[in-house]
Design a protein around this ligand. Structure first.
Ligand code: FAD
Length: 497
């Protein structure tokens, strides 16, 4: 059947995914499309998702967003990485920063020089060679050019949605308030034709973007695209989220603190702190989680904790017929490395690149789905890594994840690093070698060997080169202001913007 051209785009759902899609499509393709977003204030949004990775800046740049205005509007802070606590063993701490570690050569990564130095009894801490890592540790930050840091944001998800909504509406997107009561499909092939609202209003479209969150109203409840369950690798399935008043300067990193049945996040914003307890209900009851969260959070609670249930995995097809799922409707890997907002952004940019103006073709759908699957599977492996490499033996949860079978793709990477120190970034993969390195070493995976290139230098020369690099980084970090001071200045109402 010939597919009709696509002009009317209907976005179902107005959480982060829906408004990101509406803002990007209306700003980039507005004159060619008619964009409507449908959302229900009664249903509301998931209300979490406040830690990002540096690609958030790419998205902002794409939309022509002024950074200081964005930071003020969303009460954002800067993020240089994640501090992982208690993951390898109880008491361990390491930072996975967004930075590069040393300078790599075409033959191999910098860490081979460092491993050579360490074998010789010098070389120090890997963090000595990473600007972002040391800046995060010392809670220093600048968005300037000297030194230039690779960074992301912590933001208020509700305020971010409102910010994007203003942009989208200014660019011509139309908003319809109310509950979607049913979805009307075309008889011939089941394509979605319209959303029927509780009010009786009908919102027709050519292409539908399902941003209805975990319920996947179009992609799953209507089209039954199916779900690939990853809970045997990523068994957490519950989160309790609570906001507290800030009680000190905002740190430029997210905290991910492991506990006996999962982990806890702490995300500093300008006006409050986001906290959450992620756990596996096989190993911790909701009451126990509630008590643990209450005992561990600091500062006055601003709203009572909210319980969120999820199942890790992904839709078998993120684009099915004329429905593209974004955000939680497309699946959920778990929030450990703050990748969901990134996946929304990548989904939107991919959709714009492959946009089916002249009608949806199976080849385009196939291409979109393949790219989405490939990227998500690599992210999944990276997240499983954090669990699999634990040395904790203090609870059934950690025994379970330490002993679980893992995907072959990940097992091979772990073996490669363990035996030879080699790492790689696969084509289309989000996480770079520096990320794998920081997490593998942070989780106590010690390579038995490394590339011999470090031995091309006499030890004294290698030591001098490493000392120089370390001193340069220490000097650059010392020039940075404290993160909170920079933030106060950058976001002051009358500051440059
Ligand atoms: P939602 O926010 O659930 O929005 C769904 C929308 O659909 C709402 O507007 C709702 O009103 C509408 N809707 C649903 N049904 C109907 C209906 N029948 N009629 C009309 N409207 C309807 N991501 C990150 O990048 N970083 C993080 O740190 C992070 N932490 C997370 C922590 C947890 C515990 C969880 C669960 C997720 C986290 N995420 C994180 C993921 C992130 O929250 C989501 O990717 C993001 O918020 C997008 O959500 P959404 O827009 O897909 O869904």
């Amino acid at each position: 059947m010939n597919q009709p051209p696509v002009r009317k785009v209907v976005i179902a759902g107005g959480g982060t995914a829906g408004w990101m899609a509406a803002a990007a499509l209306s700003r980039q393709l507005g004159p060619l499309l008619d964009i409507t977003l449908v959302e229900s204030e009664d249903i509301g949004t998931v209300g979490v998702g406040e830690s990002t990775i540096p690609t958030a800046r790419t998205f902002n740049a794409l939309l022509g967003i002024d950074e200081a205005a964005f930071m003020r509007a969303t009460q954002a802070t800067f993020k240089l990485g994640i501090l992982f606590e208690n993951w390898g063993q109880v008491g361990d701490r390491y930072i996975h920063s967004f930075g590069q570690v040393g300078k790599s050569t075409w033959m191999g990564g910098f860490h081979h020089f460092w491993l050579e130095a360490r074998a010789g009894g010098f070389g120090g801490d890997l963090g000595d060679y990473c600007l972002e890592l040391r800046a995060a540790e010392q809670e220093r930050f600048s968005a300037g050019d000297d030194p230039r840091l690779n960074y992301a944001y912590h933001l208020d998800a509700g305020l971010y949605g409102q910010f994007l909504r203003r942009m989208a509406e200014a660019a011509g997107a139309r908003r319809v308030e109310g509950k979607i009561a049913s979805v009307r499909q075309r008889g011939a092939d089941g394509h979605v034709e319209a959303l029927v609202m509780e009010s009786g209003a009908v919102v027709e479209g050519d292409l539908f973007i399902d941003c209805t969150g975990f319920r996947g109203l179009l992609i799953e409840q209507t089209l039954k695209a199916g779900y690939e369950d990853w809970s045997h690798w990523l068994p957490t399935n519950s989160a309790l989220a609570v906001q507290t008043r800030s009680i000190g300067p905002a740190v430029p990193y997210t905290r991910a603190i492991a506990h006996r049945a999962g982990w806890r996040w702490k995300i500093p914003l300008q006006h409050r702190v986001g906290n959450g307890l992620v756990y596996c209900s096989d190993h911790m009851s909701d009451d126990e989680a509630q008590a643990m969260l209450a005992a561990e959070i600091e500062g006055e609670t601003l709203i009572p904790p909210r319980l969120i249930r999820y199942r890790t995995g992904k839709r078998r097809k993120t684009w099915d017929q004329n429905v593209v799922a974004l955000g939680l409707a497309s699946g959920f890997v778990e929030p450990l490395e703050s990748t969901s907002i990134h996946m929304i952004m990548i989904g939107i940019s991919r959709l714009m690149q492959l946009f089916p103006f002249d009608g949806i073709s199976p080849a385009v759908v196939e291409r979109y789905n393949r790219l989405a699957d490939d990227e998500l599977e690599k992210i999944r492996d990276f997240i499983i890594l954090h669990y699999k490499l634990t040395e904790r033996t203090d609870s059934p949860f950690w025994d379970r994840v330490r002993e679980m079978e893992i995907p072959d793709s990940l097992a091979q990477r772990i073996a490669l690093f363990r035996e030879s120190g080699h790492l790689f970034q696969a084509p289309g993969e989000l996480f770079q070698v520096d990320s794998w390195l920081q997490v593998m070493l942070g989780q106590r995976l010690e390579p038995r060997g490394h590339h011999g290139m470090g031995r091309l230098m006499p030890p004294a020369q290698l030591k001098q080169a490493l000392d120089d690099l370390k001193a340069n980084i220490a000097r650059a970090v010392a020039r940075l202001p404290p993160h909170q001071a920079f933030l106060d200045d950058y976001c002051a109402p009358l500051s440059k913007s």
